[in-house]
Design a protein around this ligand. Structure first.
Ligand code: COA
Length: 549
């Protein structure tokens, strides 16, 4: 994950008279150093996994790919994006630990890059991973990239080199709504919505895969490597007894001279990318926007964030320390600072873009939920995008909280998040447990982007709580004389292992519960890019007035 694209050079100019957050952190203190060292360990692990995923498939597959004179997917993207610009790669660890660990990145590379200053969504198959065929996680990643493109109005560039649906798991990739057919549906709908769909055919496009170029607005095919056909040579032989080689059946000549399935021929890959850039230059699409305010560096270094986050998740940290390292000039106009103090709300700028921030400082109480609802309504009316920094064990439970109506107050917050029409962004900066995940705009609430830090955890509840709950339920269901303490201890261990495994950020990112794991110090730049994309088309104002809570 790289820093974003062409954001203004930061200055140290103050924005105005907005209050500035002052840190209570001393980087020289032993606790800061202990936290920072522990966090450096997490970052090292993350970087290791990212580099491994970026290599692609097995050595043998890579060698074979190269021996055909073909480039790898990230090399292809590099040749298309503007020189010197960066590429925001998404879901790099999709498929991590699944499919026998044989599908790095789920065999597909997606992300946002600039072509002639126009932000575009790239979807590039990695033919070194299972022939670029689409596993369940690949389909999810493909469709997620298309959703992001649709919401942010990005042209799509498909660099196609794929064996189509991963046939051994056909029941998990073919028939359902968000399976393979969903990718074509999105392509057709985006084209209708005026978002150009462009394909470069760099390998196989067989059967279902043939529809990716066929549904594109404009198609380039590379001679000798690009092939498009509904049935490949073995199928044609089996069905018709016809013997035909792949190039004759679906190569560049047949599709540019006879069938018209492709529009342009390139004789080698670099020529295809030059043509593609020329096509993008004439798309008549909006370029990268200018921010409404001059970007200003935070007062405190973002690489201090690792030292802010307690290495023991039982000890909290103040989310204002994170906000102070993310926002312009560390300026934060806090809303209701004395009310519902475990949920911080306020407005700021990131890279010159206005944003309303909600950050957890622990459990969400009724007052926090009411304050959050009020704040979300206000931001929505003002057209200010929302940023959620999640670190919560969830909503308060217990007799007192129930009697005060935590269920209905939490529901107000959840409903306001669901109905807010301004762009929403979420970063998992710590725990994301229970309905706290929902109220703080988890995946189900369709944030435009959702990123997670490598210290984050996501689950219905923590492993400690889950083992107590499940053991108590089992115990309550047994007659007193049938309670077997050894069995209950085994259950406790089993539940703890399950919850620890499933709340791990790598488990989550593998299943695309987020759009990628990012390092804390990258967060400001990544959010700057996301806000810039969203600023090109501000969402309509909401339909509810601001109710005081
Ligand atoms: N489903 C599952 N696995 C597939 C696959 C598919 N659709 N397409 C390719 N693979 C796998 C191969 O089994 C092989 O796996 P391995 O590395 O574990 O041995 C790997 O991808 C590479 O395939 P291979 O045929 O050796 O590579 P190639 O570069 O010579 O050809 C294709 C690549 C994609 C052109 C060719 O494999 C192909 O035509 N695949 C089937 C296409 C098809 O009929 N798709 C139907 C989609 S609905």
């Amino acid at each position: 994950m790289l820093p974003p694209l062409r954001l203004e050079a930061p200055t140290t100019r103050r924005l105005g008279s907005v209050p500035v957050l002052r840190t209570a952190i001393d980087p020289k203190r032993a606790d800061f150093r202990a936290n920072a060292d522990a966090y450096d360990g997490l970052i090292e692990i993350l970087r290791g996994h990212l580099s491994h995923a970026a290599v692609g498939g097995r050595d043998r597959s890579i060698e074979r790919h190269r021996s055909r004179g073909k480039l790898l997917p990230r090399e292809r993207i590099d040749r298309v994006v503007d020189a010197g610009s960066s590429f925001l790669e998404l879901s790099t660890l999709a498929g991590f630990g699944q499919y026998g660990d044989e599908a790095p990145g789920a065999g597909i590379v997606t992300g946002v890059g600039l072509v002639h200053s126009i932000p575009c969504m790239f979807i590039a198959n990695d033919a070194t991973v299972k022939g670029g065929s689409l596993l369940p996680a690949s389909i999810k990643k493909h469709i997620r990239a298309q959703e992001i493109a649709l919401e942010n109005r990005l042209p799509c560039i498909y660099l196609v080199d794929s064996g189509g649906a991963f046939l051994p798991l056909q029941d998990e990739v073919f028939p359902d709504r968000d399976h393979f057919g969903g990718t074509f549906y999105h392509q057709a709908r985006m084209s209708a919505a005026g978002l150009p769909q462009l394909s470069v055919v760099l390998g196989g496009c067989t059967a279902g895969g043939a529809y990716v170029p066929a549904l594109s607005d404009e198609v380039i095919i590379v001679k000798n490597i690009g092939r498009i056909f509904l049935g490949g040579p073995p199928i044609v032989k089996a069905a018709l007894g016809e013997i035909v080689d792949a190039e004759t059946l679906g190569g560049a000549d047949v599709h540019t001279l006879q069938s018209g399935v492709a529009d342009h021929i390139a004789y080698e890959e670099p020529e295809a990318y030059a043509k593609l850039r020329d096509i993008v230059a004439h798309l008549n699409q909006p370029g990268f926007p200018e921010p409404p305010a001059t970007p200003v560096d935070p007062l405190y270094a973002s690489d201090e964030i690792g030292g802010v986050i307690s290495h023991d998740p039982r000890f909290p940290y103040d989310v204002r320390e994170i906000i102070a390292r993310l926002v312009d000039g560390s300026e934060f106009q806090e809303f209701k600072p004395r009310y519902g103090e475990t949920l911080i709300t306020g407005t700021a700028h990131i890279h010159g873009y206005p944003v309303g921030i909600l950050g957890n400082n622990g459990i969400i109480f009724s007052e926090c939920a009411l304050k959050a609802t009020h704040f979300i309504e206000m931001c929505n009316q003002r057209g200010t995008p929302l940023l959620f920094l999640q670190n919560t064990s969830g909503y308060m439970v217990g007799a007192e909280a129930e009697a005060r109506g935590i269920a209905k107050d939490g529901a107000k917050m959840v409903a306001s998040v669901a109905n807010a029409s301004v762009p929403k962004f979420t970063v998992l900066t710590g725990g994301s447990y229970g309905a706290g995940n929902y109220g703080m705009c988890g995946r189900g609430f369709r944030p435009r982007f959702l990123f997670a830090w490598p210290n984050s955890r996501i689950a219905t509840m923590s492993a400690e709580t889950a083992q107590t709950v499940l053991v108590d339920i089992r115990r309550a269901g047994l007659d007193a004389d049938r309670v077997d303490e050894d069995q209950l201890a085994a259950l406790r261990d089993e539940v703890a292992t399950q919850y620890e495994t499933q709340s791990d950020p790598y488990y989550a990112t593998s299943r695309l519960w987020d759009d990628g794991l990012i390092e804390p110090h990258q967060t400001r730049d990544v959010l700057g890019l996301c806000l810039a994309l969203a600023s090109r088309e501000p969402g309509p104002a909401g339909s509810f007035r601001v109710f005081r809570m």
